[in-house]
Design a binder for this molecule. Structure first.
Ligand code: NAD
Length: 333
């Protein structure tokens, strides 16, 4: 039955069922780092819930997964950190047609066509890094977006995250912690040899390795990072997303260099096909492309919903086979 033709009662039942199911999948994924289903299955159920809730908004409860970032809560033994500003998720789309629709909406809100910065969507977990006078003093996970977990000691074991910036700035920056594919494959071979359950994917391996009370475990896991955001761009003197990335790099922070500024959404097609082809060669997992309004003052004008920024959207690649083999090729960084 098309959603519009469903009875209120059937819709209510399906919505309640999907909410519970997705909350349970979320707990397994975000809190235990052990997903129960593959991402594309989660994504399809999530899209169905979004569609149902948009036709029957009376059943969209505040605890619905569509209204909350990450898992229900952070339950691990790690200390909790309240973020100075919430750490959000991203809206996602699965086709060029949906990207076009997002572009039309954005252009309408702004009143003109904005330039976009395209970035790879790194398959890891979000962290916030706080530097005081250029020194790394705190690192935290996204958690439920409002409260995350303190992983300062863990992050300090990651070689690519500088303990000291090249300038004595006081700033919170955010980015992605990931496990390079090679390290992931090696780790899973070792786990299998040790009779342990292998990690489902590099994202879960990264999260499971970072969120450890025993910092020695994190240290043995070869994690890496890319920084892509700050809520305080004025500290950097940056006015664009692409400019902020360049400033992060000049501070010694690890950044991904595959970003590209485009003047109109149609130009994204080349970037997507290029990285769909290059995806296997990359040293790290990506699950899509993130489109961001490049001018930072326009990002502020567009603002955020409770869960996602209106100035960015993630285009997700179609599902890929699991990566389990160490491949003897040159990785591109
Ligand atoms: P998301 O991971 O799809 O997108 C938001 C995140 O993208 C950000 O928080 C950030 O960490 C990351 N990101 C990577 N590169 C980025 C870049 N260049 N710029 C900005 N952000 C970047 O959203 P989510 O809400 O964390 O989780 C939803 C995802 O998790 C879906 O893909 C879903 O399939 C998966 N999930 C799976 C299960 C499961 O059971 N398999 C359960 C829950 C969630």
């Amino acid at each position: 039955t098309p959603i519009e033709k469903m009875t209120t009662e059937t819709a209510q039942q399906e919505i309640a069922h999907l909410q519970t199911q997705l909350i349970n999948y979320g707990v397994a994924y975000y809190e235990n780092d052990e997903p129960l289903v593959e991402d594309h299955i989660y994504d399809a159920l999530y899209a169905r819930l979004v569609a149902l809730e948009s036709v029957f908004p009376q059943f969209m409860t505040p605890d619905s997964p569509t209204q909350n970032v990450g898992g229900a809560d952070t339950k691990s033994d790690l200390a909790k950190v309240t973020h100075p500003a919430p750490m959000l998720s991203l809206g996602d789309v699965f086709s060029l047609a949906e990207l076009e629709e997002w572009d039309v909406r954005t252009t309408k809100s702004l009143g003109f066509q904005s330039a976009y910065n395209l970035e790879l969507k790194i398959d890891g977990l979000a962290v916030a890094l706080t530097y005081e006078q250029g020194k790394l003093v705190q690192a935290s996970t996204r958690g439920n977006g409002v409260v995350g977990e303190d992983v300062t000691r863990n992050v300090k074991t990651i070689k690519s995250v500088p303990q000291t910036l090249t300038e004595p700035l006081t700033i919170e920056v955010r980015g992605e912690i990931y496990m390079p594919k090679k390290s992931f494959a090696k780790l899973n071979l070792q786990r299998e040899a040790d009779g342990l359950e292998p990690f489902a994917n590099p994202r879960n391996a990264a999260a499971g390795s970072l969120r450890q009370l025993d910092v020695g475990i994190t240290k043995s896991r070869e994690l890496s990072a890319f920084v892509y955001y700050t809520a305080e761009p004025e500290v950097l003197g940056a006015t664009t997303q692409s400019g902020a990335l360049a400033r992060f790099a000049s501070l010694g922070l690890p950044t991904n260099h595959q970003n590209r500024v485009i003047e109109k959404m149609a130009d994204i097609a080349d970037y997507i096909s290029e990285y769909t082809a290059k995806r296997d060669e990359l040293a790290y997992g990506i699950d899509g492309v993130v489109v961001k309004v490049n001018q930072l003052d326009l990002q502020i004008d567009l603002g955020n919903t409770v869960k996602i920024p209106r100035w960015a959207i993630a285009y997700k690649f179609p599902p890929e086979e699991a990566l389990t083999v160490v491949r003897d090729i040159e990785w591109t960084v």
